[in-house]
Design a protein around this ligand. Structure first.
Ligand code: HEC
Length: 162
């Protein structure tokens, strides 16, 4: 009886088994290796959920408020929505008319035109700027401005007329 080259694979069935092992073993090793690498080194599953949320939270949050800014922690994220300065309000909503004195608007920086208006008292000017006054539209037509922002715009113009 002659052993054919002494090979272990003698039947088609054995061949299939060997092929399967050759396929499965490397995959298993690869999976195990991946598990070892990612599982133990990169993801710390014991990390508290809140810490993870803290780390992946969006950079900004919308915080809208009227009047005084909210207390310290919220103020940090509120920066993006902080009220516009008087100059920003003026340049965005008022300069169109007041810059050149269009349609009877008192020209910014014209002391003679502003003196009688300033004499009415700042609160009257605030009210007229917020609610409108003759050809002066409420909030200069920009209803999205807060009252405080419009007041800052008034302050800006009043300061320029002094
Ligand atoms: C569409 C043009 C227009 C825009 C925009 C505009 N104004 Fe006026 N504003 C006027 C006119 C016209 C008057 C004069 C009204 C009058 O005296 O009859 C006026 C008057 C004023 C007065 C004087 C009110 C008074 O009682 O004498 C203030 C203060 C004022 N505007 C503030 C502002 C501010 C602040 C803005 C921007 C947020 C602004 N205006 C945007 C047209 C405009």
């Amino acid at each position: 009886m002659s052993e054919e080259h002494g090979t272990l694979v003698k039947t088609p069935k054995q061949l299939i088994v060997v092929c399967l092992i050759a396929l499965v073993v490397p995959v298993a090793i690869a999976l195990l290796g991946a598990q070892l690498l990612s599982g133990s080194k990169h993801i710390d599953r014991s990390e508290p959920k809140t810490q993870v949320e803290q780390r992946i939270k969006p950079v900004g949050e919308l915080v809208k408020y009227d009047g005084a800014p909210p207390p310290a922690p919220a103020a940090v994220v509120a920066v993006a929505l902080v009220a516009k300065s008087g100059e920003e309000v003026y340049n965005g909503a008022c300069v169109a008319c007041h810059g050149a004195g269009i349609a009877g608007a008192p020209k910014t920086g014209d002391k003679a035109l502003w003196a009688p208006r300033i004499a009415k008292g700042i609160n009257v000017l605030y009210e007229h700027a917020i609610k409108g006054f003759n050809a002066m539209p409420a909030k200069g037509g920009q209803v999205a401005l807060s009252d405080d922002e419009v007041k800052a715009g008034v302050d800006y113009q009043v300061a320029k007329a002094k």
